[in-house]
Write a protein that binds this ligand. Sequence first.
Ligand SMILES: O=c1[nH]cnc2c1ncn2[C@@H]1O[C@H](COP(=O)(O)OP(=O)(O)O)[C@@H](O)[C@H]1O
Ligand SMILES: [Ca+2]
Length: 401
Amino acid sequence: MWFQDFFPPNVCPINAKANTFYGIMFDAGSTGTRIHIYTFVQKSPENLPELEGEIFESVKPGLSAYADQPEKGAETVRKLLDMAVDAVPPHLWKKTPVVLKATAGLRLLSEEKAQALLLKVREVFEESPFLVPEDSVSIMDGSYEGILAWITVNFLTGQLSGRNQHTVGTLDLGGASTQITFLPRFEETLKETPGDFLTSFEMFNSTYKLYTHSYLGFGLKAARLATLGALNMEAVDGQMFRSSCLPKQLEAEWHFGGVKYRYGGNKEGETGFKPCYLEVLKVVKGKLHQPDEIRGSSFYAFSYYYDRAVDTDLIDYEQGGVLEVKDFERKAKEVCDNMERYNSASPFLCMDLTYITALLKEGFGFRDNTLLQLTKKVNNIETSWTLGATFHLLQSLGITY
Ligand SMILES: O=c1[nH]cnc2c1ncn2[C@@H]1O[C@H](COP(=O)(O)OP(=O)(O)O)[C@@H](O)[C@H]1O
Ligand SMILES: [Ca+2]
């Protein structure tokens, strides 16, 4: 065909088989907006749809940075959506749903500002050639964020098909919130868990009763503000927030969620791992539910767990790897007690690693030797809640079961 030369093989319309379908899912995260365009093939009605590929692109900052310029925020979404116009064959546009789900960044904005942003995004969707389902632009409930990431990881690792399902728990550390999700194996866990931490979820003809919780304000960047004592303070003009987790001589400014903060090191006082750990501990200690069952089990961890492990050479960027909780602590000590040596990468590296250590140990109650499988991609697909959300969407539209 004459047009084959104009398209890369994976998006060439002639290669789109009759049983191929697409789903477009936007992740409006607190630090960036991302588009995931998934291609599926349903080979037979009785099997799970097969995921053929993913096209992924992202922009920074996230929508919440456009709290006062909703149209500009929606423009960032329009640019990403243009990619889908090129990727999906025109005859399937009308059958391809497009959805955006916002997470903690928008949860933290005022209702009015968040709704203004969502409305503008909805207008962009309406102008596109795609299928715009009801409720296509929304703020996602925190418990879904955890469940859908759990679905993604367990689908990609093959745990949701066949009889011997050994599902794995998931840990997601975003900018503004963090999620923990697993399938409890013991009756005890169900008994001792608060009701709102347990959710039944139906997927691929099975029902899973999952333990999941999203802790708003416990994402890595929100935790920086909490450690500095600046969370929920409309940065008092010129006020300086200091911490023993930062290089002594540092004085700088930081923008998060549309607010400017001034921060710096303890010029005269202490710095290093010990005082930093005590500071960070105040943010997490006693604030999170600790299910006994997780102490010994291994978890999949991604997002900022992954990024900070890469930044400090604990794992390889492409490969990921397996770590123990104590590896984060060892690295935190190394970085915090040699702060000047490391501050070229990010002045927050010591604080971030110390927070991750405290969150895992004192927050969730993991053991020093609990194994964490750090993964960014499984079979070249991003480990993000967006794939689980797309399955859920296709199921609700009757495109798949
Ligand atoms: O599709 C993805 N694949 C892998 N990592 C992702 C993807 N989307 C977001 N992340 C990671 O999520 C973290 C940022 O969190 P996010 O901006 O989603 O905040 P939130 O979840 O608190 O709203 C970063 O570590 C970033 O690398
Ligand atoms: Ca996220």
